[in-house]
Design a protein around this ligand. Sequence first.
Ligand SMILES: [Zn+2]
Ligand SMILES: [Zn+2]
Length: 649
Amino acid sequence: MSEERKTLEQRAQMTDLERLRHSASHVLATAILKIWPEAQFAAGPPVENGFYYDVDLPHRISPDDFEKIEAEMKTEVKANHPFERMEVSRDEALALGKKGRLAALGERAEPSKFKLDIIQNIPAGEKILLYRSGDFIDLCAGPHVKRTGDVGVFKLTSVASAYYKGDETNPQLQRVYGTAFKTKKELDDYFAMLEEAKKRDHRRLGRELELFVFDDDVGPGLPMFLPRGAVIAEELEKLAKETEFAAGYQRVRTPHIARESLYLKSGHLPYYAESMFPPMELVAESAESRRPLHRPELFRELLEKPLTRDVLDEILSKAEKIRSELPIDRYYLKAMNCPHHHKLFASIPRSYRDLPLRLAEYGTCYRYEKSGELFGLMRVRSLHMNDAHIYMTPEQFEDEFNAVNEMYLNYFKLFGIEKYLMRFSTHDPSKLGQKFVDEPELWKKTEEMTRNVLKNSGINYVEVPNEAAFYGPKIDVQAWSVIGREFSIATNQVDFAQPRSFDLRYKDRDNVDKIPICIHRAPLGTHERFIGFLIEHYAGNFPLWLSPDQVRILTIGDDPKLLDYARSVLNELRAHQVRAEIDDSTDKINGKIQRAEQMKVHTMFVIGKRDMEANAVSVRVHGKGNLGAKAGAEAIAELLESIKDRRAS
Ligand SMILES: [Zn+2]
Ligand SMILES: [Zn+2]
């Protein structure tokens, strides 16, 4: 979160909930002062899920103090003081600060040091505002709710340390966090969601269900999928391949690295350099034969001297100098697949008859995300992208763009994603040539085309100015998991700049060379993020088709004949590509069931003597319990149907 001061204009845009939460921070400060009158306050803004106030206080506040503080807060809310706005001169504000009267209940011996500092940073000419509620007066530009009684229901959540203004050379303060809502129900729902989210945390389930791991020697942000996690990735890839095949895509494969010149052409360098791993530097192949130690003639004079330590040093330093002057080739790990795909488009002469051309690849990319931003599978440094680039004529744009949106909606239906939002990011004309490619006409035209498609298809979208990619408008898809957690999982971007910089062309009907439009799209995002999303969405209880363990056969007892029968069922399942295994340990059946339930194995075939004699299995489904005995063939046929249709349960 930015520690920068908000402008008055930004403050005026606070939502109702943010106003309520910010007002709650005044109430929090009042309560703390009633208990510890010497407390000094810095900043108390609303944040994503609540609010905080930074306080300097000799007493270390701990969660044990929350009850006491909350009780004082309740008194303040009950008193229903109005929030009174007071405009003062800079001198008046400074005088109050020196008397310790800012962020305080009355005058104090110690000046309000942080508030005095904040006053110094208010630009000359900007109004200085104070707000009073009861005895509490704070230096604050607002806005607030009308009265403390409007603060609603609140709860303190945690306390952390934070440097004043986020600068570690400044004093360390205590940051007391809380959250507030209009109604008790909203507050309760929020905590229930947090509790559920903790249980579903993909990092925790990823470990417990043995789906993926990180390893220090491999590196931060570089997840490795264990067999059970790799299964999910492969099922998703299969889904994408089938869907894309049916939609007329063709698959390609490209290397993980490329030379610098490719990224200079694409504009990723230098614009995107910070997000790329640094280059691998090699002596240019054209200069290979000029490596100094292969060229004794350069050292003739030195080689004629007797070989002493000094002469050797001289040879080596001369070689080093020559080597440093050799041309260098730089290779980068790819951060995007587009440049490679553009090269494939350009590799063959294209005509309008070849368009639209849809090139797809689950491409592996590497991005140098800052270590502080890495987060489980959600933000990583190696990613497998459900990528494709569609090259088309302007007349084909609408159909292609619609088809891509359709694909999104079908995927959402398949995964039971009911709440989603498309964010349509457009450019800011004042930033052409800096943040956005300087093509004013093309921006206008493509944004209009995109907007029309979105409007006509009736999709739920919002338009966000100034957030387009540098090469064209884009759509980001935000989806909410069943418990209401928000994920940004997919993108769909229009690109009119890269085809131009890569000099991509096709011969149109009139035999004239034209530049195609390109759509970049990744409906399933990356394996990493989408699997992270699905783990939390399903709480690890994957539908049969995605489940790492589709069937586990549990034998009752260890009669060799029973084991033979179990193995024949296993072979039958595997022959139909069902992921199955046998638990033939000597444990009791209840222990075996418990273990399978713990690993969220989708279906259990429990096999006892009676099942064997009837050529049957007793079916048990995770979360549903015992479904009774079925003929083996029938049970398998049902599984196969559910897998084939990718059913939701
Ligand atoms: Zn305020
Ligand atoms: Zn792309």
